[in-house]
Design a protein around this ligand. Structure first.
Ligand SMILES: O=C(O)c1ccccc1NCC(=O)[C@H](O)[C@H](O)COP(=O)(O)O
Length: 260
């Protein structure tokens, strides 16, 4: 079994357990459930730099990245640095994240927050909303076309932006539908961990212009961003390059300033 299949198998068990412990009514009663969301798609469209900065303690491909910084401080510094939004990993087992991270970040900043999670069930969208997310991630590699439709339509009805992530043409073709806002191309193969920005470049012409294009993973230089911009990308999701440093916020600030 590859790592992605393992993550998803665990996620089904985790969601079933959470559903049995925390009723939907409790999520809907959260003070954040009726909060007015901020659109990441709009923030990216209006931006010249387009950085979505990620908080990532560890990952299956790199094990430990940074366990010593406070998620709230990182969020405050990413926002002050001029990032368009922040990606908050909420998976505990493989990434060391949590929904509490999302809640703490929401309490600290205003910019759009992506719940970076392996979403396989409607319940997780209600959790995202109840913990202050503005955007949810759907990964085409682990969802059927029908499931992408159901989940993205529910997300839209909750005023959440939808970032749909693909890694190849087949995933892209099955996923194109009006209920998506942002089309993300993951440069990392989530089964083998191979990373190449050529994946974004090769898929760029296949993505209809009605979607904001985001290139994700393995981005660590200004040159890479300038290159990807020439392929129509407006957003760049960066995790490890910032998080591997002692001060992720300062790294993001320096990076964004160089892009201006
Ligand atoms: O990052 C991993 O090792 C990984 C493994 C399996 C599934 C997902 C994984 N990462 C999630 C992401 O998409 C990245 O955290 C995100 O795009 C940022 O990537 P990077 O800038 O390379 O940290």
């Amino acid at each position: 079994m590859n790592i992605l299949d393992k993550i998803i198998a665990d996620k089904y068990k985790e969601v079933a357990l959470k559903k049995s412990l925390i009723p939907i009514k409790q999520l809907e009663n959260s003070v954040l459930f009726d909060r007015k969301t901020n659109s990441l798609a709009k923030a990216l469209q209006d931006s010249d730099t387009g950085i979505i900065a990620e908080h990532k303690r560890r990952s299956p491909s790199k094990s430990v990245i940074n366990q010593s910084v406070s998620v709230q401080n990182v969020a405050l510094e990413y926002e002050a640095a001029g990032a368009c939004g922040m990606s908050v990993l909420t998976d505990g087992k493989y990434f060391g994240g949590s929904l509490d991270d999302l809640l703490l970040v929401r309490a600290s900043v205003q910019f759009p927050l992506l719940r970076k999670e392996f979403i396989i069930d409607e319940y997780q969208l209600l959790e995202a909303k109840a913990h202050g997310a503005d955007v949810i991630l759907l990964i085409a590699a682990v969802l059927t076309k029908d499931k992408i439709k159901t989940l993205s339509e529910l997300a839209k009805s909750l005023s959440l932006d939808v970032l749909l992530e693909v890694h190849n043409q087949e995933e892209l073709e099955k996923s194109i539908m009006p209920s998506l806002d942002v089309l993300g191309v993951n440069n990392r193969n989530l089964k083998t961990f191979e990373v190449s920005t050529d994946i974004s470049k090769n898929l760029s012409t296949q993505i209809p212009n009605d979607f904001v294009k985001v290139s994700e993973s393995g981005i660590s230089s200004i040159e890479a961003i300038k290159d990807l911009k020439s392929y129509g990308y407006k957003g760049f999701l960066i995790g490890e390059n910032f998080m591997k440093t002692e001060n992720p916020g300062a790294s993001a600030k320096e990076f964004i300033n160089q892009l201006k």
